[in-house]
Design a protein around this ligand. Structure first.
Ligand SMILES: Nc1ncnc2c1ncn2[C@@H]1O[C@H](COP(=O)(O)OP(=O)(O)O)[C@@H](O)[C@H]1O
Ligand SMILES: [Mg+2]
Length: 236
């Protein structure tokens, strides 16, 4: 198995945010975690990328245990995390922000090629390459945060609510790009409150409720599931 979490428990102080979740991902896969605010989606991604430490449970990546490995080392191992709230460096240009994504890389000759690839995914970033990041719209900043993650040549991409707060047009655009990135072979764990978008993009989904996996299955089946429809798809 390419990536697997088993029985992951995470506490903030004494309060459990994750109460024993398990999930898995195959090479090239795209899975989604959906769930209400506070369900534990961001905590799951933060623990995978080493920003939060698990109380118990295991995380396996490419045949090795990575729970407890520091975040800086996991970046080097190919785990790229685009956190909630699209954090970019506001006073750096688009190009400078993208270069920060490649800071650990030694293969300098390929960086220029990857930059071209990022600009192909996000033509708006190419047009704005010399602009300061703080002058970009919310959707463009999301693109920049994703582009920066791609500049690390990720083996696993963790996306936390990329569509949050964006216009419907921009949500569609981001969804199209997530799909394109995955089709080029990058495995993705997509966290979304927008279950409609997430279940359309993903192959498989997990529904998180108060720190546990309440339900899981192929995304197309979850999309038709009564509980999912009532609780996460506006009852349509
Ligand atoms: N830094 C933190 N300190 C204390 N509690 C936190 C912290 N971050 C999240 N929590 C709590 O952990 C639970 C899961 O939060 P989170 O993983 O952010 O959920 P989601 O991303 O699904 O909205 C919530 O009850 C939240 O209040
Ligand atoms: Mg969250």
């Amino acid at each position: 198995m390419f990536f697997r979490i088993s029985n992951l428990v995470v506490h903030y102080n004494k309060v459990a945010a994750l109460r024993g979740i398990s999930l898995q991902l195959e090479q090239g896969d795209i899975v989604t975690l959906i769930g209400a605010n506070g369900a534990g989606k961001s905590t799951t991604l933060r623990t995978i990328s080493g920003l939060s430490r698990p109380t118990s449970g295991e995380i396996w990546f490419e045949g090795e245990r990575i729970d407890g490995v520091p975040a800086e080392r996991l970046v080097g191992r190919g785990i790229a995390h685009v956190p909630e709230g699209r954090r970019v460096f506001p006073d750096l240009t688009v190009l400078e922000n993208l270069h920060t994504g490649a800071y650990l890389r030694k293969d300098k000759d390929r960086i220029a090629r990857d930059l071209d690839e990022v600009y192909a995914y996000f033509p708006r970033l190419a047009e704005r390459r010399q602009q300061l990041a703080k002058t970009l719209s919310g959707g463009e900043q999301q693109m920049l945060a994703m582009g920066r993650a791609l500049m690390s040549r990720p083996k696993l991409l963790l996306l936390d609510e990329p569509s949050l707060g964006l216009s419907p047009v921009m949500v569609k655009e981001i969804a199209r790009i997530v799909m394109a990135i995955n089709e080029r072979g990058v495995p993705v764990i997509l966290v979304e409150q927008n279950a409609e978008v997430a279940l359309r993009l993903a192959r498989y989904g997990y529904v998180l409720e108060t720190g546990t996996v309440a339900l899981e299955g192929p995304a197309s089946e979850l999309h038709e599931h009564d509980h999912v429809r009532a609780a996460y798809l506006g009852g349509h």
